[in-house]
Design a protein around this ligand. Sequence first.
Ligand SMILES: Nc1ncnc2c1ncn2[C@@H]1O[C@H](COP(=O)(O)OP(=O)(O)OP(=O)(O)O)[C@@H](O)[C@H]1O
Ligand SMILES: [Mg+2]
Length: 727
Amino acid sequence: MRQLRLQALIQVARHHGVELDVNEFRGDASQSLPSAASMSEWAQNAGLWSRAIRTGWRNLLRMSSDEPVVLLFKDGSAGLMVGVNAEQRVLLMRDPGAPPEARPVAVDELRLAQVWEGEAILVRANRGHVAADAPFSLRWLSELVLQEHRSLRDIGIASVTISFLTIFPPLLVMTMVNKVLQFHSTSTLILLATVMAVVVVYEAILGHARRLIIAVVGARLDARLNLHVFNRLLRLPLDYFERHPAGETMFRIAQVYKVRQFLTGRLLTTFLDLMTLCVLLPFLFYLSPILASIVLGCAFMILLIILAYLRPMREMYSRVTTAETWKSATLGETIVGIKTVKALALEPQRRSLWDERIAEVGKWQLAFSKLSNWPQTLVTPIERIMVIGTVMLGAYIAMNDPSGYMVGGLFAFLMLSGRAAQPLVGLARLIEEYEEIGAAIGEAASVLNRPTESNARSAGLRPKFAGEISFQDVTFTYSNTTVPALDRVTFAMPAGTTLGVVGRSGSGKSTITRLLQGINRDYKGFVKIDGVDLRDVDLRHLRQSLGVVLQENFLFRGSIRDNIIAGRPGLTLSDAVYAARLAGAEEFIERMPNGFDTYIEEGSPNLSGGQRQRLAIARALITDPRILILDEATSALDPESEAVVTANLERIATGRSMIIVSHRLSSLVDCDHILVLDQGRIVDYGRHDVLVERCAIYRQLWNQQNRHITAPKPSAAPRLVTGAPDQ
Ligand SMILES: Nc1ncnc2c1ncn2[C@@H]1O[C@H](COP(=O)(O)OP(=O)(O)OP(=O)(O)O)[C@@H](O)[C@H]1O
Ligand SMILES: [Mg+2]
């Protein structure tokens, strides 16, 4: 039943070109059947528009017939409504479990009522949805902002209204000067005061509402951006993170928010101010064409000055950002590597590096400030001249105005001219700031617009693996190197066997496991699991089917249980206990103060290396993967912990294929096959006893590690004790 419901939604999603992943479905643990709400959420998370609704027969009849709808039935199953025949009053239904070529059946109201109580899930392609894969650019961001068009419209209306309201006070002052003062009319004064009070209150309320809407829009945009940016980041290939320090990435990502703030901050206010201008300018020209022309002319000059400085400022600003990026990278690197810094007492070196970085940032920032001081310096006198000039000229005009009307008009003009110049200067500033924003977008895009890890994300195969692995003539070179890390590697391991991989450092052992995990995909030749080319397999599915334990494993902040389960759906404490037992971790976990609920800090300082490693193995085992990869997983362990893990390996290995990379040959003795690598090539392949006889490199490694057993005793040491020569 559960399957049928999920299947129904998968088919509808497929109709809209989206492939849903069953593993991503998060049902309520309390319910055995997927609820409408959780299913709809599942579709939404995959980027579809979806709603869980309660509806009736009549509404179904009215629905457009080209979009299938999922109907959830009383008995826990589901059906797909694929068409409507309103004339004959029947629905065309499909059984999600039926083969695709089966014809839909017509169902009338009575028949449907027997199985259906009104629960349905609507799914549509998300048209308003900004494409998740679209490159990050100003255009993309603007589209995101424009999605809020309703709120923007409200903001616009409020702004225009406020603009009209700002005309009121000067108008009143004008009337007051011209009428009240000249004719001593108290009643007019009272009337004006009342009007004024109403206008003030109204303006305050509108201003409040406008700021509120802007805040809401900003918060909503931030939430969307956060989601998008993080998703993008997670989908970047591991390669990227290996080449770029965390600090640099974090700095670049932070630029996104700067851009967002620009869009809803400066850009929006300038736009709104310009609207105000459209209302104000005609009024100013009505009051005095000459004065209005002066204001306009001055504003235009300011605009020109700022434009003239744009280019040099842009160049300077890019230097500032480069310096900032370096600074941020140094900070991140120091924090991440703080253990090493402290252990080697590298603080002075780090500090002097930091000194250099901030000096560099300081230098360019100062240069930038000096440069941007100039337009400011040139603009200020023009602004002053504009204000004082209009006063003077206005006074002159008013003096020579026989009607006496210009006195009040001058007051009104002065009150408003400031407001009119402001948007024009704001416009120039906007262009100036746009440069900064362009740089910020470039920074963020340099991270976010990298090709993401897999293109076959939703279209790849999702076979259930048995665990047969084969490499056929695989050659792979890391992108920034010339020597191949793997050179024509060919081997095959049957399902359910263990393969040991040995070789000197840098011989390509980890590279084999990386190719298998799909971390690097641009190799020549074929890597196959169960005969399926890895390049055709859905990447997420591939990694979910593998268990991987590395030499260094990161444990997240949270309880031991959380760390073992790692948020994977449908797993419980008993699964965690089972996995811990298999990994040999149960005995130490139970000795901890809170057992499985013991809290681990980030970086797990309260665990020993061996304990951490066993937790990592438990974490890899909990999904019961068919294929387990241990890359030097026991190398960092003390002999005792290693013995515990190795003793468990045989149990762990039952029913799965296991690849064990290890320097210590003693842990590989029992492997079904051992692969000996040297400089990316396979030197030999066979069982331990065969290799010791046949393979020189293997024998050499084996002898080195077992000197205490095979080599003759050193002759110099006992002399000190006995004082007599040996023999
Ligand atoms: N991310 C990378 N970028 C560039 N070159 C790499 C990268 N990782 C490994 N290499 C190079 O590829 C070669 C094989 O590396 P690999 O990590 O597979 O060796 P390994 O056998 O696992 O060594 P070790 O025993 O030290 O872990 C090395 O020469 C190494 O310099
Ligand atoms: Mg390695």
